[in-house]
Design a protein around this ligand. Sequence first.
Ligand code: PGA
Length: 249
Amino acid sequence: ANWKMNLLAADARAWPAKLEAPAGVELLVCPPLALLPVLRDALGPAGRVALGAQNVHPAAKGAFTGEHSCAMLLDAGARYVLVGHSERRAMFGDTDAFVADKLRAALNAGLRPVLCVGERLAERESGATFRVLRGQLTAALAGLGLPSPEPATLVVAYEPVWAIGTGRNATAEQAQEALAFVRERLAELLGWTWARAARILYGGSATPANAAELAAQPDVDGFLVGGASLDPAAFSAIAAATARAKEQR
Ligand code: PGA
């Protein structure tokens, strides 16, 4: 769940009560940082829900007004962090190199990065999708010293920019094709142990209505859910559809 810049403390306190966490899937919520401690308290100690942040600064500390370090995120209860989300790339100047710095800093600190990649509409229409994905993955992962011994720490979200927040999700075929490509590039860059263990997610207008068909694809390990995650019932329905699809696979 990527709440982006939505909801307030009262919403975060109410959210877990309406969440139904099915067995067989891992749940992660990335609220705005100010709401992370509120949500952590509301989820309670026995929760099956992991917490994450939506952004991080790679430096350990210093004069970076408005930013948060890996240690601060861990301190606040985050175990995951989104890096390279298209909104940060498009609106906040996150370059491939800066995304790579964030990813490396997160892994080194013991935070699990969720690396977001995806092509814009013009790139898809001009046949550049795979070139864009290859470029983003190579920039973020090539030369990564694999500081973490646990390959399952890596999560990659394929989020076509044209599908984010538009109500126009990728088809199951488009998602499968892109996610299989991502997994092959992970194998090329990091080896098949990492590529197999990594969770590869689809993101972009995922809803309870389209989750089952998308989750049935062999390379779709799960979802990064924006808009639909603000409603815990809708988020739970996506989780349930994913659990059912995984069971049948
Ligand atoms: P969306 O956002 O589900 O609202 O399309 C997904 C994302 O940006 O992570």
